[in-house]
Design a protein around this ligand. Structure first.
Ligand SMILES: Nc1ncnc2c1ncn2[C@@H]1O[C@H](COP(=O)(O)OP(=O)(O)O)[C@@H](O)[C@H]1O
Ligand SMILES: [Mg+2]
Length: 330
């Protein structure tokens, strides 16, 4: 029989959805059984694991997964699937925003209960805000919390590679949403705006936007739709009415700098960092910038064999990022 520790590890890895560890522990249990002369049990366990991994190639996860392991043929290059393990607790968010996101997760989980009383769960979200504040990460965290695959719709490819057949492709994406439950992220929604400049084909852009509006309006499925945009003004006002919630992202407040850095550096010693110096150095930076600066100072510590991260290195990394020109916008 498996030892108590093996059983605990097995249950734990299952609850963490750590597939690799689950398999490793299960193989250990099989090996343990073989050693104890229980060859038949060991064989059976290995056979179950082999069958499971063969099935996993066909059916990734709990939903029909043709579209996951490999998006339908006509959507190749347009839809990318992954299974993120991200959690909302890994994010540093404003209180209201976090409450809204947790409400989305709760409503998703209780969608049948809500629908039974003729109430609609909020499943169509528009995230708006400056780059690097966690919009893409939010989509991953929703997928992680709801145990759904994250399906990223490459809007830019839709607008460039498939010029002329965008409406048909968009239809196919919405069909996929109904067939394969997931978090569908239409990232960088303002790509629609950027293409306007690159191709100057206003007719095509209007068609895409109109198709999107019609499709999202009539769409009913268990999938969560997340559209994310950096640039507010470019978005068509008509879009806003089609979403169940519009969530605004902002640059981190001063009080969020410390938790952002501590979160990222949780495996390092941060007890002696001089926060009164560090926090102001992060003024005007995005979450992503703060996290990257924390990583840079940690690398510096490791490469220089220092015992802990130094406040001055962190301040310098933050200030360097503040001096950098803002990223190129469309
Ligand atoms: N609110 C946040 N909390 C914690 N980390 C964040 C947050 N926002 C951004 N990050 C970090 O910055 C990276 C890039 O953020 P991202 O979600 O791509 O921003 P956006 O989509 O808004 O441009 C993330 O992978 C994460 O490491
Ligand atoms: Mg993004």
């Amino acid at each position: 029989m498996a030892t108590a520790d093996q059983l605990k590890a097995l249950v734990d890895s299952h609850s963490q959805r750590d597939e690799a560890r689950f398999r490793a522990v299960a193989m250990q249990i099989a090996a343990h059984a073989a050693k104890q002369g229980k060859g038949k049990l060991a064989e059976e366990l290995r056979a179950i694991l082999d069958r499971a991994s063969a099935q996993r190639e066909l059916h990734v996860g709990p939903v029909s997964a043709v579209a996951i392991a490999r998006p339908p043929r006509d959507l190749e290059g347009l839809l990318f699937a992954s299974y993120p393990d991200t959690r909302l607790s890994e994010m540093v968010l404003e209180k209201d925003l976090e409450a809204d996101l947790r409400a989305v997760v709760t409503e998703y989980r209780s969608r049948d209960k809500l629908r039974a009383r003729d109430l609609a769960p909020r499943l169509r979200l528009l995230l708006v805000g400056p780059p690097g504040c966690g919009k893409t990460m939010t989509a991953a965290a929703l997928a992680g919390e709801c145990r759904l695959p994250l399906m990223v719709v490459q809007l830019h490819a839709l607008m460039t590679k498939f010029m002329g057949e965008t409406a048909a492709k968009l239809h196919a994406v919405f069909d996929a949403m109904a067939k394969t439950k997931g978090v569908y992220l239409f990232d960088e929604f303002d790509a629609i705006g950027s293409v306007r400049m690159a191709h100057n084909d206003v007719g095509e852009i209007r068609r895409v936007l109109n198709s999107f509006l019609q499709l999202i309006e009539v769409h009913h499925s268990d999938s969560i739709i997340v559209a994310a945009s950096n640039l507010m003004p470019i978005l068509d006002q008509a879009l806003f009415r089609r979403f169940d919630a519009i969530l605004e992202y902002h640059l981190p407040k001063p009080g969020m700098v410390r938790p952002l850095i501590e979160n990222r550096l949780s495996t390092f010693d941060t007890t002696r960092l001089a926060w009164p110096k560090i926090t102001p150095a992060a003024k005007g930076l995005s979450h992503a910038d703060v996290v990257r600066a924390a990583e840079e100072s940690a690398k510096e510590m490791v490469l220089k064999d220092q015992p802990s991260i130094r406040s001055e290195d962190l301040v310098r990394a933050l200030e360097q990022r503040r001096r950098r020109p803002p990223p190129l916008r469309h």
